[in-house]
Design a protein around this ligand. Sequence first.
Ligand SMILES: Cc1cc2nc3c(=O)[nH]c(=O)nc-3n(C[C@H](O)[C@H](O)[C@H](O)COP(=O)(O)O)c2cc1C
Length: 231
Amino acid sequence: MDETKEGSRGNAHPRAGDSDVYLLAAHPDWRESRVNKRLLAAARGVPGVTVNDLYAAYPDYAIDGPAEQERLAAARLVVLMHPIQWYSMPALQKLWVDDVLAYGWAYGPGGTALKGKDLWLVLTTGGQEEAYHPSGYNRYFFDAFLPPYEQTAVLCGMRFLPPLVMHGSHSASEQEVLDHVQTFAQRLGSYPDWPEIAELDAAPACEVPPSDRPDADDDADGVADVRHGMA
Ligand SMILES: Cc1cc2nc3c(=O)[nH]c(=O)nc-3n(C[C@H](O)[C@H](O)[C@H](O)COP(=O)(O)O)c2cc1C
């Protein structure tokens, strides 16, 4: 297999509406990937999953907001899959959030396009689980880095499903990587029949007051105000 091509194989611009799972895979350099590239290949083999390899789709960082919104609107589960970089998401994934989750569409007045959908994080880290501990070099439990993801979901009315995380991606054994990929594919393929889902509450309502917006008159047009940003 030509590993350099693995990440960008398939549709660079997937169509909306042919599945109810929309998976965004964001890896800045698939040639360097050990785990995410295998997760990506596994995701492509699961029926009903639309996969978007973000760095292949938008090498110029010019994200097609309306197309992304169409794919999101068609989905029931949105999956963000990426390596953790500087305790957060890769830059293009962050730009996608900035550009696509627009006021009046994803949140705020009339912003109900994502309400009732689920968000699932599939993350990898270089650091071992023990490093994410008050006595480790990352100083915090890994969960302490997740509230920005979780609150982004909740602000959009989405349920935040328990993330799937692989720590110590560089040092994990081959068998551990294979087992992880298998767990991931099994869960992706069996959504929404996950035991814990029935026990999750709907996202609590979060209203953004007009005073937190740059210009309240501009905003409530219900149209995707791509690139307006949050405040
Ligand atoms: C720019 C950059 C920043 C990174 N930041 C972190 C970090 O904050 N925490 C961590 O545990 N690993 C960090 N890593 C390591 C990656 O998370 C790790 O290489 C990746 O999860 C391995 O997955 P892959 O085999 O699919 O590339 C970073 C890597 C890069 C290149």
